[in-house]
Design a protein around this ligand. Structure first.
Ligand code: 13P
Ligand code: SF4
Length: 433
């Protein structure tokens, strides 16, 4: 069987003695095609796991869709053949199709995207496209969001249904509802003298449609990493405090940049009563941080920042705000993938960067800007293992089906959830970053 290993390559950073820094995969199993993790026809679906990749500890909840094995011809075909077939199917579908790709997607797939962007930009694209079919080369929550923002006649397709997000899976409707009930018991439900409610729920885009709907129903809003500060400001105009889920790091980094002291941003562990807090201590809280994280970004450390600076004192360290706060503090700047892309694009020739985000994006930036020196902050290369599941074989499979008039892997949010989720998304789209 022909499998296509993830082609990974960064310019190796130089160690202080001038020797190339060693680099390797965080898990050798990444050399397998993603179908190695998907279901086998006639056999019970495998326990849904996300590894290997950023963290073997990432386990998808049982409700996660399982991708059945795609036909053998797509698994066996060499990438060059798949590329020809994808290009032919795209040409055939013409303007009836738009392919959206997240920055973290592998190059073999991104080359076919009509638009590449961060999760905010891709959501905006979904609001403007008139194509019949949106094929989303990203992860499940992004496809759900696109479905919410397109018309019912348009279909949104995720080439591999098992491309989820381990961070998004760290918060679900049951645990957020249980948290909310406990917060109501502590804070009550009445607005204060200035009309501010006790808590405003804010969900990161990296969450299920059900949680976006929860926010829509409870006076809350969605944010992405490119508008988190503006969204928190929106929330503080309406509430005394914010419940921020599922990424503690984005919440802490954003709150901290807005001047909220760390003592007023307690962690909420959904497995513990009152999230592991004393009721008294919660009274003073301004941002309640859900105990969730991204396994890709949580790997970055201050030791890596120190090593990058030791190797090149002029290096600019730019990281994503899903990184831990101490890493964001040690970096020169932090921002969304869109921000990182802009900083690199606008840099003077010769600038050297150490970037703390997903490797496919870092590697692409390095290839696009040969006049700059660009390396990943983490010498052990870890892609987002869920984005990795979108292989050209899956893309060819769904596109050729569309040519035949068959819509495979459609992602469709239930009507009951969609209306409320749209309310929260619409609030976000109206906030100026
Ligand atoms: P942005 O695309 O919003 O920067 O987020 C990065 C990410 O982790 C997407 O899952
Ligand atoms: Fe989720 Fe992290 Fe992958 Fe983004 S990079 S999709 S947050 S696991």
């Amino acid at each position: 069987m022909t499998t296509t290993p993830l082609q990974i390559g960064t310019r190796p950073r130089r160690a202080p003695d001038g020797a190339p820094a060693t680099s390797g995969l965080c898990d050798p199993a990444l050399a397998d095609g993603p179908w190695a993790m998907d279901a086998v026809p006639g056999q019970a679906p495998p326990a849904p796991v996300y590894g290997p990749g950023s963290s073997n500890a990432d386990v998808a909840p049982p409700s996660t869709p399982v991708q059945q094995r795609i036909p053998e011809e797509y698994r066996r075909a060499p990438v060059a053949e798949l590329e020809e077939r994808i290009a032919a199917a795209k040409a055939e579908l013409g303007e009836r199709l738009v392919v959206l790709g997240h920055y973290y997607q592998r190059d073999e797939v991104v080359q076919f995207a009509d638009f590449v962007g961060d999760s905010y930009q891709l959501a905006q694209q979904a609001t403007t496209t008139s194509a019949d079919h949106v094929v989303f080369c990203g992860v499940h929550f992004m496809a759900e969001t696109a479905d919410l923002l397109t018309s019912p006649e348009q279909s949104v397709v995720l080439p591999n249904l098992a491309a989820g997000c381990s961070m998004a899976d760290m918060a679900d409707l049951d645990s957020v509802t249980a948290c909310w009930e406990q917060l109501e018991a502590v804070y009550g439900t009445e607005p204060d003298a200035e009309g501010r409610v006790p808590v405003v729920p804010v969900t990161y885009m990296n969450s299920s449609a059900a949680l976006k709907a929860f926010c829509g129903d409870h006076g809350g809003i969605v944010c992405t990493s490119s508008n988190a500060a503006a969204v928190l400001a929106w929330a503080f105009e309406r509430g005394r405090r914010v419940l921020f889920f599922p990424d503690q790091h984005l919440g802490r980094n954003t709150g901290s940049a807005m001047g909220v002291p760390l003592e007023q941003m307690p962690l909420w562990d959904p497995r513990k009563p009152l999230g592991g807090n004393e009721a008294e201590a919660l009274l003073d809280a301004r941002v309640l941080l859900w105990r969730g994280w991204c396994s890709v970004h949580q790997r970055f450390t201050t030791a890596q920042v120190d090593a990058a600076r030791a190797a090149d004192p002029a290096v600019r360290v730019v990281v994503h705000p899903e990184c831990p706060k101490e890493v964001v503090d040690a970096a020169d700047e932090a921002g969304s993938t869109q921000h990182i892309e802009r900083v690199v694009r606008e840099a003077a020739p010769g600038t050297s960067f150490a970037i703390g985000t997903e490797i496919n994006m870092v590697r692409r930036l390095a290839a696009q800007h040969p006049d700059l020196t660009i390396a990943c902050l983490d010498p052990v290369i870890c892609p987002c293992s869920t984005m990795y599941r979108i292989h050209p074989g899956y893309l060819a499979w769904v596109l050729e089906a569309l040519v035949r008039g068959e819509v495979l892997n459609r992602v469709q949010v239930d009507d009951a959830v969609a209306a409320s989720a749209r309310v929260a998304l619409q609030r976000m789209l109206e906030v100026r970053p």
